[in-house]
Design a protein around this ligand. Sequence first.
Ligand code: AMP
Ligand code: ZN
Length: 460
Amino acid sequence: MSIKFYNTLTRKKEEFKPINEKEIKMYSCGPTVYYFAHIGNLRAYLFMDNLRRVFKYNGYNLKHVMNITDVGHLVSDSDEGEDKMIKAAKRENKNPFEIAQFYMDAFLADIDKLNIDRPEIIAKATEHIDVMEEYVKKIIENGYTYQTEDTIYFDTSKLDKYGVLSNRNIEDQKAGARVEFDKNKKNISDFALWIKAPQNHIMKWDSFFGKSYPGWHLECSAMGCKYLGEQFDIHTGGVDHIPIHHENEIAQSKGYSGKIPANYWMHVEFLQINGGKMSKSLNNLYTLKDLEEKGYEPLVYRMFNFTSSYRAQINFTFEAMEAAKVALNRLREGYLKHSEGNEEISDEEIKNYEKRFLDAINDDLNMPVAMSIVWEIVRNPKKSKKLKELLLKFDEVLGLDLKKYKKEENILPDDVIKLVNDRNEARLNKNWAESDRIRDVLIEKGYTVKDSKTGTIVEK
Ligand code: AMP
Ligand code: ZN
C-alpha cells in the first residue's frame, strides 16, 4: 500500500519509501518546558500522533524520538533575547531544573489526556550534554566553526548551500533582516553551537569550552543521530521551525557527517484563534486545562483537529468546539447503535469502506476525507456489529477511545432509591400530593419519572 506525504524538502507530495521496511525511524521536535503547552502546541503533537497511528495502521514498526528542550532555548529561534528557561525560573522563583521537571510532567499529562501515544524514546536535552559535546567537537574538527571569546558559531558560508528547506540563501536573509545582526557573527545565518556561561548562569556544564552550555539547535541533531543514526526517515515539527531551527539542524548534520539527516520533512501549520494569533496579551491563549474548565473533555479538542488537514491553518473558535463536542457524541452514539445490531452487511461493503479510509489517511493524512467515511458508517441505517468492529478498527487511527464507550447503566444513587421507595409508599397510601412532590424532586435532580404496575421507574 503506497503512502504519500508532502515533503517540505522537495516541496512536493511524494511516495514514502522507508530506509528499512521493518522499522520506520522518525524524529519530532518536542516542547521547550518553560510553561504549560497551549492548544496550538498541542496541535503539533496531535499531528505527530496521527502520523504514528497511520504508520502503525499500515503495519509498520516505529522507532520514534522526541526531545524535551530543558536547556538553552533563547527567546527567539535566532538566539536573541533572554533564555526561556531562565526567564521562567525568575518568574516563578524556582531553579531552572525545577521549572523543567514541573512543565515536562504537565506536558506529558496533557498528551496522555489527548490520547497521544508517547514516542518510543523521549530524550531530555540535559541528559545528553555529553552526546552534544562529542557531536560539536566533530563539527569543529571538520572545519565548520569559528570561535569568539565566549561562543562557538557554526559558519554557514562553509556549506554548499544554507537554506535547503526554506529555499533561502544567506543573501536573502541579509536583505530581509529587520535588525542589525550580532556583530560577532560572520554571516547573518550563523548560529551559536556552544556558549560560555556567565558567572551567575545556573544551567552550565564543565566541557572542552570551560563552564558552558549548548545552543538549542544542537540537541536535535545530536540526539537524533544517537538514537536514529546519521540518516533516518522522517523529521517533524511546526512550520515555524522551517526557516531557522530545521535549517540549522541540517547545517549541523552536514557539518558532522555531510548528510541531510532525514529524507522526509513534515511540518504542521499553525492553529489560529478567531482568525488571528494566540497571545497572552490578547487573552486568547488557552491550555487544555482551560478547555476542560469550560466543559470540554480533551478528546473534543482531538476531534476538532480532524476538521482540517495538518497542512492548513485551522481556526479555533468555541462554536467550532461545540460542533466537535456534538460530533463526538454522535460518533459514540453511532458506535453504540451498531454494537446492538445484527443486520446483514456484505463483506464487499466493509471492504469498500476500508479501502476508502486507507486511501484517505495514506494521502498525506487526509483526515477530513477519512472522517467523511466514518460518518457514512455512523449513518448507515443498518445496525450491525460488523460496522461497530469497523469503527473500532478505524479508531486505531482516530484515537478517540471508542472501545471505552459503553451505554451508561442505570445505576441509581442511594438518595434517589430512597425517593423512589418513598414515592411508591405514598402511592400505595393514595397520598397523591406527596407522590407528586417526590416526582418533582426527582425531575429537579434530572430524572424522568414514569409510573408502571410495579411502581415508579426513573431514568437519568
Ligand atoms: P515550543 O515549545 O515553543 O518549541 O513549541 C512546541 C511546538 O508547537 C513546535 O513544534 C511549534 O512549531 C508548535 N507550535 C507553536 N505554536 C503553534 C500554533 N499556534 N499552532 C500549531 N503549532 C504551534
Ligand atoms: Zn528540533
